[in-house]
Design a protein around this ligand. Structure first.
Ligand code: ATP
Length: 578
């Protein structure tokens, strides 16, 4: 033996070597035998087998049973908790730093792979011709519990046999490490399934008690697939129960618009496997893939277009405002207001309407010194965005700033250029509007008004927290990587409470008499309708929602949100952190 003594050798390797000696009579070349003999005696293989055996024996002993298989998640949670505490304690700071080191993360990742039993060697196909009739059969026994099996079956289109269609990450079948996609099901509890439909097989499974024994013909090229790290924000609501096409309703994962999902597998073109972010439940669920969801949306749109013969409305499900809106004046209020900016943008400019919103890849953005994220208050006109904005600025006028708008109107006595407004010519403003320099603009009494993207950037660059309360259509220009806005939706309370709070005498001049106003019943109704519309179109962009019922409570929530942005990690589009 070239290396080491034979006694220390793994018994399986020794047996293989002995068999190799006996195989000399078989029709094989000297070269092949020599290669195998060298391989079986190599130090590297020996070391690998030892490591493998150790892992298996540790895995088998209760003493080393993993406490969890998601230490990477825990690490991210800990980072989240620690982030705001780093300025307070040296220990927190050190741990925060350590947990972000690639070596520590690599160690935890390896731990999770082992805890998820993702360590079985993935052997290539045997490169010799196998007798077609002599198929390998594996017998897998699983104990039936309340937990679903975590696998789905289907009839193979070519062979007509029942095969494993998918194995849910972290489910019972996956944890067994013995059932793989493509395995052919021959028997279930000694019942031959040949010629049976998946529904028949399902009822055999449902009627079995205790241990379930599968006889399977292994698929080629099987193997445990590592979990992907992709996180997405859902832009639509999903209920597996309501989905007639999901291969198995029980295996579905329900979610609502705005939920962050961890996509663990995208192997299937139509059905991804996902967990809700932060959900400790190990088993993943099925959700429609991006491609499938896009197809469905397109199909629904075509159908609603067909139904809508005059073709006036392309999205029939949109909550619509009752009043007609002209391009020059999209607001519904009948009363003139103190705020002068009107929006040029017409209803049909709602930018998401033509996009197919399914999933958006997201990543965590950690707060850091020098990162000043603008706070954007979105809401129905009149809901109280300006009131809240003014109050927040008043808490710290050196920190919170709002950009000074541009106008084409002439300066009045007492006004200073760059204080109330930046005064520019109409031609200059029109030129800038043309090259999309304004995040919002409009015309009022023959003069143009607008807020430029540059002035938002200037505030950020001068280390201020920029606070904006633009028209919701401005989100299109604001939600970009260079600005990284934090979007807070200011929601009106239910109609009765809206009327009650706004009609209360003291509420009219809550903060600034000049900016106080009353509302008609029609305006209250319009506010509720506009709110429903904004939620429908932009709900998936909201980082936070504040119900502006009691003003003092809403303001406290706004202050808390503003602090959160500075101290806690938040989910943002993945492209913002790359
Ligand atoms: N929670 C509340 N309770 C009572 N009154 C409120 C409340 N929030 C706001 N208001 C009052 O409602 C009026 C409209 O608020 P505000 O001007 O801030 O609305 P807005 O969302 O900025 O709308 P717009 O963009 O049309 O000006 C103000 O008089 C304000 O004081």
């Amino acid at each position: 033996m070239a290396n080491g003594t034979k006694e220390k050798w793994d018994p399986a390797l020794s047996r293989l070597l002995t068999s190799l000696q006996q195989a000399k009579e078989l029709p094989s070349t000297e070269e092949e035998l020599g290669f195998l003999s060298n391989l079986l005696q190599s130090k590297e293989l020996h070391a690998l087998v030892n490591v493998h055996n150790k892992i298996i024996s540790n895995g088998a002993s209760d003493k080393f049973f993993p406490m969890l298989s998601t230490s990477m998640h825990v690490m991210f949670d800990v980072l989240e908790v620690l982030a705001p505490k780093t300025p307070l304690s040296q220990d927190c700071k050190e741990l925060f730093y350590l947990l972000q080191r690639p070596h520590v993360q690599g160690l935890l990742c390896a731990h999770d792979a082992i805890a998820q039993k993702d360590y079985y060697p993935h052997l290539p196909e045997i490169p010799v011709e196998v007798d077609e009739d002599e198929e390998t059969i594996k017998i897998v026994q699983l104990v039936k519990s309340n937990e679903p099996l975590g696998a789905t079956i289907k009839t193979d289109e070519e062979t007509g046999k029942i095969v494993i269609a998918r194995v849910m990450h972290g489910g019972a079948a996956d944890r067994s490490g013995l059932i793989h996609v493509g395995d052919e099901v021959v028997e279930v509890n000694s019942i031959n399934v040949e010629g049976k439909t998946p529904t028949d097989v399902l009822s055999i499974l449902q009627n079995s008690e205790g241990t379930i024994t599968f006889k399977l013909i292994p698929a080629d090229g099987k193997g445990n697939v590592r979990e992907s790290k992709v996180r997405v924000r859902a832009h639509f609501d999903y209920s597996a129960f309501m989905d007639p096409y999901i291969p198995c309703k029980e295996a579905g994962l329900d979610f609502v618009k705005g939920d962050v999902l961890h996509i663990v597998s995208q192997d299937d073109a139509y059905w991804w496997q996902a967990r809700k972010e932060g959900d400790r439940n190990m088993r993943a669920g099925l959700i429609p893939s991006r491609a499938l969801q896009e197809r469905r949306i397109l199909h629904d749109r075509t159908q609603s277009q067909n139904e809508n013969e005059n073709g006036l409305c392309s999205v029939s499900a949109l909550p619509v405002l009752s009043c007609s809106q002209s391009p020059k004046s999209p607001r519904c209020t009948s009363k003139p207001k103190t705020k002068k900016i009107m929006y040029e943008t017409a209803e049909n400019d709602d930018f998401d309407r033509e996009q197919i919103a399914t999933y958006e890849e997201v990543a965590k953005l950690y707060p850091r010194p020098g990162l000043y994220r603008p706070l954007v208050l979105i809401g129905a006109p009149g809901v109280g965005r300006n009131e809240l904005k003014r109050r927040l600025i008043a808490t710290n006028p050196d920190k919170y700033k709002t950009p000074i708008p541009y106008t084409s109107r002439s300066m009045r006595a007492g006004e200073v250029n760059g204080k109330e407004y930046h005064f520019v010519t109409r031609e200059k403003m029109e030129e800038d509007i043309e090259v999309t320099k304004f995040i919002e603009f409009g015309e009022y009494k023959g003069n143009l008004y607008g807020t430029s993207a540059e002035s938002v950037k200037a505030l950020i660059n001068s280390n201020h927290v920029c606070i904006l309360s633009p028209h919701y259509q401005a989100l299109k220009m604001l939600r970009i990587p260079s600005l990284k806005p934090y979007i807070i939706y200011i929601k009106p309370p239910p109609l009765e409470s809206l009327k009650e709070t706004r009609n209360a005498l003291h509420a009219r001049s809550t903060f600034d008499v000049n900016n106080s106003r009353g509302f008609t019943d029609e305006e209250f109704n319009d506010m509720i309708k506009a709110a429903a519309r904004i939620e429908f179109l932009y709900g998936h962009f909201f980082d936070d929602v504040i119900v502006n019922e009691d003003l003092a409570i809403a303001f406290t929530q706004l202050v808390a949100a503003a602090n959160r942005v500075e101290t806690e990690p938040t989910w943002v589009p993945a492209s913002w952190v790359q």
